[in-house]
Design a protein around this ligand. Structure first.
Ligand code: ZN
Ligand code: ZN
Length: 144
């Protein structure tokens, strides 16, 4: 990783009061470079040199600080992605995810925003998880 990006990751962690340990920086880089949300297992596989419990701990810290979003896509493993906004986590960061049952990918549909849900009085949402399950465009093409 080049020093400029490392510096950016460090800044992003420090801004949230997180000590930028080597493992945290590696996990951060992996999530940053990923084109879709990743599970802990996928991060571990990608990094190889970092064991699963270290990845899990780094993710727990990120979740606590609101740097990442957790997505339950119905596949049984929670996937994580970096929060697109650099500032505090806002509901406008939320977007629809699509889980393809054929290839297993979970895709960010960043142009599809989550419809506004009107909650009953006295309820306050912290996070929304909007996942559509089906067949992705690539798999649809293959089926034809
Ligand atoms: Zn697919
Ligand atoms: Zn996403």
């Amino acid at each position: 990783m080049n020093s400029e990006t490392t510096h950016n990751y460090e800044q992003r962690l420090l801004q949230r009061g997180i000590r930028p340990s080597p493992v945290r920086l590696l996990v951060m880089r992996t999530l940053c470079q990923a084109t879709s949300p990743l599970s802990v297992l996928e991060i571990e596989t990608e990094l190889q040199t970092v064991d699963r419990s270290s990845v899990t701990r780094a993710i727990a810290v990120f979740q606590e600080a609101g740097i990442t979003h957790a997505i339950s896509d119905g596949s049984g493993s929670v996937k994580y992605e970096l929060c697109p906004s650099h500032d505090q986590h806002t509901p406008s960061d939320e977007h629809v995810h699509f889980h393809c049952e054929l290839c297993g990918r979970t895709i960010c549909l960043t142009d599809t925003s989550i419809p506004e849900i009107n909650l009953p009085d006295g309820f306050k949402a912290r996070e929304a998880n909007f996942v559509i399950v089906g067949t992705c465009d690539k798999c649809q093409k293959r089926l034809k």
